[in-house]
Ligand binder design. Structure first.
Ligand code: PEP
Ligand code: MN
Length: 342
């Protein structure tokens, strides 16, 4: 931490800061420039924060040098982590040496639709099945998901095809029930800063897929992951799913640079959701290629047997030739970057 003194700070102001820092068990190194004095602090940052240094006389600014998240940062954990999902031979890894393909319907609508979508996903090479039972819809009049029945359908279809399942949870009081039916819990973009929900999934005993808030900085996203980690769950996979910008050609703007930025700051795996980023079927293959090239640890995409009849996000769901060309990209490109598909 560095304290920057104002141009008119007195020697007494500087001495006062040093005194407070030392009283809190820290060390203070004073460096006097021509117009300004800065004080470098070494010690327990949390203790310094309580000193309210910014409010002391003569202090112009206080800067943190180390990152505010600990458990998820690479400062505290140099090597990139591998997160395992599911159990037995079907279990899947997310990490730096693999490329993990996740696919399935946006929403679980019926047993037949879920099974067909899951079969499409599996045939295309997906190793983890997605499907929403609780849908966080912008409109209260839109399909909200089948709830518990949806969880049961997803779990049943996943088990019959040997695919672990990931599904979203939107309410802290549903976490235990969702954890009972799913191998991985998803936190959606709208809930990235629902701190009570983050804490609840952090104690559920399941790995978590944490989507980036559509208006969140990478630091805020990592702080959200820190909430989950702080509750004892380090099995968190980050997912870049597009952010809000002025551009309207796509539903959101895929922030490709967030992938290497998050991977440099955090040891957690980072995947990309080109479906929710773009909202457009014709962009899923090119954006998936971009995700692979930039070093994403996997992708998650929407598929649907009859997109025109989908109750949620039909325009972005893959089917037919588009899904086949995604399957080809996912088979061919990751090995070029030294990644295996298993
Ligand atoms: C989803 O994956 O079904 C979803 C709603 O995504 P997001 O939270 O990124 O909008
Ligand atoms: Mn969706």
């Amino acid at each position: 931490m560095v304290v920057v003194m104002g141009a008119d700070a007195t020697d007494q102001d500087v001495a006062h800061v040093v005194e407070r820092v030392e009283a809190a068990g820290g060390e203070a190194f004073v460096s006097r420039g021509v117009t300004r004095t800065i004080i470098g602090l070494v010690g327990d940052i949390d203790a310094f924060r309580e000193l309210n240094l910014r409010s002391l006389p003569g202090v112009a600014d206080v800067h943190r040098i180390s990152v505010p998240y600990k458990l998820v940062s690479r400062e505290h954990h140099r090597d990139r982590s591998v997160v395992w999902v599911g159990s037995g031979p079907a279990r899947v890894a997310f990490g730096p040496e693999t490329f993990t393909f996740v696919a399935g319907p946006c929403a679980v609508e019926s047993p037949e639709q879920t099974r067909e979508a899951a079969e499409m996903a599996k045939a295309a090479g997906a190793r983890l099945l997605r499907g929403g039972a609780f849908k966080p819809r912008t409109s209260p009049y839109a399909f909200q998901g089948l709830g518990l029945r949806g969880l049961e359908i997803l779990a049943e279809v996943g088990a019959s095809l040997d695919l672990p399942v990931v599904t979203e949870v939107v309410d802290p009081s549903d976490v235990a029930m969702v954890a009972e039916h799913a191998d991985m819990l998803q936190i959606g973009t709208r809930n990235m800063q629902n701190f009570g929900l983050l804490q609840a999934v952090g104690t559920a005993g399941r790995p978590v897929l944490l989507k980036r808030g559509m208006q969140a900085t990478v630091d805020e996203w990592l702080m959200a992951a820190e909430y989950i980690a702080q509750r004892g769950c380090l099995d968190v996979v980050l997912c870049e799913r597009g952010i809000r910008t002025f551009e309207t050609a796509t539903r959101n703007t895929l922030d490709v640079s967030a992938v290497p930025v998050a991977q440099a700051a955090s040891h957690l795996p980072v995947i990309v959701d080109p479906s929710h980023a773009s909202g457009r079927r014709d962009l899923i293959v090119p954006l998936s290629r971009a995700a692979i090239a930039v070093g994403a640890d996997g992708i998650i995409v929407d598929v649907h047997p009859q997109p025109e009849e989908a109750l949620c996000d039909g325009p972005q769901a893959l089917v037919g030739a588009d899904l086949r060309s995604l399957a080809q990209a996912v088979r061919q490109l990751p090995p070029l970057l030294g990644r295996t598909l298993r």
